[in-house]
Write a protein that binds this ligand. Structure first.
Ligand SMILES: [Fe+2]
Length: 289
């Protein structure tokens, strides 16, 4: 089994892990970037490319060629830098075909039909369920792993598994399932799809929220460790027990601070709405009294 080299980058503000993956045997040094971050300060509505520029510097230093810019899902807690990275480095932006469900859910809420394509054409490629592809000389495959959102995708690249928010490190558990179209039942089923992979495959998570006893964020464990140790989803936990616990935890949970700008921009690969007089805008829909 091919063992990709993985470099992880942690964004402190949003507790997000981004990854660059490549094969040491690929003469063309092709790589994939997974789940990048565009920095966004909410009170001042100021964006910056500080986190993405660290990745760009790394890729240039290593002389890697970007083949893919992959998204595990439409993030609700941070903005993606996919569009900026493509502008700077090239590569194809790709996400699950189930993104169409997310677009259909959120664009009417934001009323952003004028500047957000409804057919997914803003992405270079929409992956089918279980689609196979390559990253450089490595075999890769999609696993549709819904639950956190209906469009969550896991990327299996060689023996490395990029799960997004499908599952977190064993002492953290799993992602919330209370966004529109989310499902604790599907989340449990998705974990069992992951657990069908070999025990020694490496699981790379989309976020880490380390408990106090840990010295800081970590990004990786194995499938075997998840099966034995995940506090919410280990093999001894049945579906009903998980669903009840997940729903209890999600009840009344506050929405992520960056929910509205994140989803809105991420449906355009991290771009803001059409500029008016040189200024871009984020829409904030308000409930009717
Ligand atoms: Fe997420």
């Amino acid at each position: 089994m091919q063992k990709p080299t993985v470099r992880a980058f942690f964004d402190e503000n949003t507790a997000t892990w981004s990854y660059v993956i490549w094969s040491e045997t690929d003469t063309q040094k092709r790589c994939a970037i997974i789940d990048s971050v565009l920095n966004f300060d909410l009170p001042s509505c100021t964006s910056s490319t500080r986190s993405a520029d660290i990745i760009i510097d790394f890729i240039k230093e290593k002389q890697l060629a970007v083949e893919w810019i992959l998204e595990t899902h439409i993030h609700a807690d941070h903005l993606t830098a996919a569009h900026y990275l493509k502008e700077q480095l090239g590569g194809k932006i790709a996400i699950s075909k189930h993104i169409l469900t997310i677009i259909a859910t959120w664009v009417p809420i934001f009323q952003t039909q004028d500047d957000t394509s409804l057919d997914g054409s803003q992405f270079d490629h929409l992956f089918d369920n279980d689609e196979k592809f390559t990253v450089g000389d490595m075999q890769a495959q999609i696993l549709h792993t819904p639950g956190h959102t209906p469009a969550d995708t896991t990327y299996v690249i060689g023996n490395a598994v990029f799960v997004g928010d499908t599952i977190f490190l064993p002492d953290v558990g799993s992602g919330r399932c209370d966004f529109p179209g989310g499902s604790a039942e599907h989340s449990y089923d998705s974990s069992r799809r992951l657990f069908a992979l070999p025990d020694d495959y490496r699981v790379y998570v989309g976020h880490d929220y380390p408990p106090e006893y840990r010295r800081g964020p970590q990004c990786m464990c194995t499938i075997g460790e998840q099966k034995q140790l995940n506090v919410r989803l280990h093999l001894g936990i049945g579906k009903e027990e998980f669903v009840q616990q997940r729903q209890r935890e999600d009840t009344g949970k506050s929405v992520p601070q960056l929910l509205l700008p994140s989803i809105q921009a991420n449906l355009r690969n991290g771009q803001f709405g059409q500029a008016v007089g040189g200024t871009q805008f984020v829409k904030l829909p308000v409930n009717k009294l």
